[in-house]
Design a protein around this ligand. Structure first.
Ligand code: CU
Length: 121
């Protein structure tokens, strides 16, 4: 079964419209997996984004197709792939925990508790 490791959400000022989430998705299985979506009871509109620098300006766009090969890992980290957790449904401050799950293309869901932190664990 694929596993979510080192999940965390970056703390943001109260009232922020979105929070960013990071993790490592590890696939120990013999077949590739594809991440198709993200769900959360703590956010009204969670999405998966990728940051990239174009002409010196950092932009974000939907991540597109995300495949993790057998034995591989996919890193969601600052400056790259990230969970864009929009419309928080409750206040989330440092020390709180958010519930997030990744949806795989085969219908499986991977759940993890994401602690809210100021810095990467
Ligand atoms: Cu984003």
């Amino acid at each position: 079964m694929p596993v979510i490791e080192k999940p965390w959400v970056r703390a943001a000022p109260p009232g922020a419209a979105s929070l960013a989430g990071y993790l490592v998705l590890r696939n120990p299985c013999a077949t590739a997996i594809e991440v198709s979506d993200v769900e959360s009871r703590d956010f009204g509109m969670p999405m998966i984004h990728r940051s990239e620098v174009v002409d010196g300006v950092s932009r974000m766009r939907p991540a597109g197709k995300l495949v993790v090969p057998p034995g591989g890992a996919l890193r969601f980290e600052p400056g790259g792939l990230h969970l864009m957790l929009m419309k928080p449904l409750r206040p989330l401050a440092e020390g709180d925990q958010a519930s997030v799950r990744l949806v795989l293309a085969d219908g499986r869901r991977l759940f993890a508790v994401f602690p809210v932190r100021r810095e990467a664990p």
